[in-house]
Design a protein around this ligand. Structure first.
Ligand SMILES: [Zn+2]
Length: 319
C-alpha cells in the first residue's frame, strides 16, 4: 500500500493542503493559501493545483508513492462525481473539482465535505481514535456535524445527513441563512454570538470586548475568550445563551442517535474552554438518563489538522 496521501481542507477563508503519512498520521508538509472567493472558482482551483505542486517540490516524494488526493469542501457536494454542487462560502456552484485536479495529476481524487473530513481525521488519529460510533459537532462561523456509525460516515439519502446546525430549536425563532426560522446555527454559532454582542453594544451596553475590537473587523473566538476571562457580563451572558441552545441540540442528538461519544471542535470550542465545559455539563443534564449516564465527551484533538488528515483518508470511504 502506498503510505502517503494529499489532504486538502478547502474552507471559506483558507485552503490548507498537506502531505500526510497515513500509517502514522504525521503531516509531513503543509501549504496554506487564502481562498479569496471573490476571484472566482477558477482561481480556487489554480491555488489548489499550485499548493499540491509546492508540496511535491518541498517533500521530494515521487507522485507514484502517493495514493490519493482527498479534498474536503465547505458546502453541498456530489461525492460520487466529485462535484461541488453549491458552496456559498466558496462562491462555487456546479464545480467539477475532481475533473480539474485529475487533469493535472495522475492520482485518484476524492471529494468530501469539511465536517466529514474533520470527523475522519479525529477517528484516524484524534479524539475518536479507537471509537467507531460517535458524533462530531463543530462550532465556528456555523454549526456542523458528522455522524459515524460502524466506522463509516452516515451521509443519508441525499448526502446531507448531520446538519445539526439546521435542527429547529425555536419554532418562532430567528431567521436562518437556509431560509427557515429557529435553526440551532442562528443561536449557537460564533456568528450568532457576535450578532448578539454587536446588537447590545449598539444599544449602549458596555463590554470589555471593546478593548479588542477594531472598527470594521469582526469579533473573534480569541476576543470572546479574553472577555470571559475578565468576567465581562455581556459576553458571558451571550456565550451562556449559545451554550444553552447548543447543549439542547446535542442532547437531542444523544437521545436520537445514542452514540458512544460526542467530539466537540471548531474555533469557538478550541478557544473558549468555558463554553466547552458548560455545553458538556448542560448536554448531559438535558439528555435522557440512560444515554446520559454512558455518553462520553471529548474535545477535538487535531485542531487545524483534523481536516487535512481526514481528507487523506477519503479514499477509504465507502460510497
Ligand atoms: Zn437553517
Amino acid at each position: 500500500m502506498k503510505k502517503y496521501s494529499v489532504g486538502i481542507d478547502l474552507g471559506g477563508t483558507k485552503i490548507l493542503t498537506a502531505l500526510v503519512n497515513k500509517e502514522t498520521g504525521e503531516v509531513l508538509a503543509t501549504v496554506k493559501k487564502k481562498t479569496k472567493k471573490d476571484k472566482g472558482p477558477k482561481n480556487i482551483v489554480r491555488k489548489m493545483i499550485e499548493s499540491i505542486e509546492e508540496l511535491f517540490d518541498e517533500t521530494n516524494i515521487p507522485q507514484d508513492e502517493i495514493s490519493s488526493i482527498g479534498i474536503g469542501a465547505a458546502g453541498q457536494i456530489d461525492r460520487e462525481n466529485g462535484i461541488i454542487i453549491g458552496a456559498p462560502n466558496l462562491d462555487c456552484y456546479d464545480l467539477n473539482i475532481k475533473e480539474h485536479i485529475s487533469s493535472r495529476f495522475s492520482i485518484p481524487v476524492y471529494l468530501g465535505n469539511d465536517v466529514e473530513i474533520a470527523a475522519m481525521g479525529e477517528m484516524a488519529f484524534g479524539a475518536a481514535k479507537g471509537c467507531d460510533d460517535f458524533v462530531c459537532v463543530f462550532v465556528g462561523t456555523g454549526v456542523g456535524s458528522a455522524i459515524v456509525k460502524n466506522g463509516s460516515i452516515i451521509t443519508g439519502a441525499t448526502g446531507t445527513a448531520g446538519e445539526i446546525g439546521h435542527i429547529i430549536v425555536d419554532l418562532n425563532g430567528r431567521p436562518c441563512a437556509c431560509g427557515a426560522h429557529g435553526c440551532l446555527e442562528a443561536y449557537a454559532s460564533r456568528s450568532a454570538i457576535e450578532k448578539r454582542i454587536e446588537g447590545a453594544l449598539k444599544k449602549g451596553r458596555h463590554s470589555v470586548i471593546l478593548d479588542y475590537l477594531e472598527s470594521g473587523k469582526s469579533i473573534t473566538s480569541g476576543m470572546i475568550r479574553k472577555s470571559i476571562e475578565r468576567e465581562d457580563e455581556l459576553v458571558t451572558a451571550c456565550v451562556d445563551e449559545a451554550s444553552e441552545y447548543l447543549s439542547g441540540g446535542i442532547a437531542s442528538i444523544i437521545n436520537f442517535i445514542n452514540p458512544k461519544l460526542v467530539v466537540l471542535g471548531g474555533g469557538l470550542i478550541d478557544a473558549v474552554d468555558y463554553f466547552y465545559k458548560n455545553t458538556v455539563r448542560k448536554a448531559r443534564a438535558k439528555s435522557l438518563p440512560v444515554p446520559a449516564s454512558k455518553i462520553e465527551f471529548k474535545k477535538a484533538a487535531l485542531g487545524d489538522f483534523s481536516g487535512v488528515i481526514g481528507a487523506a483518508f477519503l479514499e477509504c470511504r465507502k460510497l
